[in-house]
Design a protein around this ligand. Structure first.
Ligand SMILES: [Zn+2]
Length: 247
């Protein structure tokens, strides 16, 4: 029999309250089975989402009541795709992927984000266990989609990625990994190996004692249109270059 109280019981079983900071908890929901097909690649992931909820909304019931008026569609939520026995496997690889509307959705060749997203999904499935965190609020290294279009206009005038963000009055990179790290800790207590070229991401996980091994680098998808962008990542943002990478 379908009724509201049954529905709430079903939902509450899939919700987990994760302490975050003085003001907020995170409400983690999942797993939700998510079969994925991209070209020849097919896999079934377990999908989780989360939202920050004020500490006073301290029960799953109050959170369920509050979502109708929370205007979640006008705000961004992050999520994570999990593959394999993520909680228990000794060896798991993860990626912290920053949202990129143009690269991930449209396949823009101005950056390598789409390549990195899809390649790391394949790597995790081949490895047998891992997770991809898809991080909202990270668009354009934290400046937002609208500002990113302004930055692209400046880049066409010869500014590099870093210079364009600075010229618009932003700090170069304001991305924060704390929520994702708390969610990672809620899903798995054993260390992980990070797929990245970005030393800031490595440092964020290292500071929480979550790193198992050296990182797995992820270079590729180099085209004439993103060469300058990739070179700037190495020259100005400290990304760990591929051995053959020419800068
Ligand atoms: Zn991108």
């Amino acid at each position: 029999m379908k009724n509201i109280s049954n529905a709430n019981e079903v939902l509450k079983d899939k919700m987990k309250i994760v302490p975050f900071n003085d003001k907020d908890n995170l409400c983690l929901v999942g797993p939700v089975k998510l079969p994925v097909k991209q070209g020849d690649f097919e896999a079934t992931f377990q999908w989780y989402t989360w939202v920050a909820a004020e500490k006073q909304l301290d029960t799953k019931e109050t959170i369920l009541h509050s979502i109708v008026n929370a205007e979640l569609a006008s705000k961004q939520q992050s999520s994570v795709l999990v593959y394999g026995d993520f909680t228990n496997a000794d060896d798991a690889i993860i990626r912290m992927h920053s949202i990129c509307h143009t690269g991930d959705i449209f396949g823009s060749q101005r950056c390598d984000c789409g390549y990195q997203l899809h390649e790391s999904m394949k790597m995790i499935v081949e490895h047998g266990c891992g997770a991809i965190f898809y991080l909202a609020n990270h668009e354009g290294r934290g400046i937002g989609l609208f500002s990113k279009s302004l930055a692209y206009i400046l880049q066409e005038e010869g500014f590099d990625t870093v210079e364009a963000n600075l010229a618009l009055g932003f700090e170069d990179d304001t991305r924060n990994y704390e929520e994702a790290i708390r969610v990672l800790e809620a899903l798995r207590t054993k260390p992980v190996t990070l797929i990245t070229n970005n030393p800031k991401k490595l440092a964020a996980l290292k500071s929480h004692g979550l790193l198992a091994h050296d990182h797995i680098p992820l270079w590729g998808g180099l085209t004439e249109t993103n060469r300058h962008y990739l070179e700037t990542k190495v020259k100005k943002s400290g990304h760990i270059p591929e051995k053959q990478f020419i800068v």
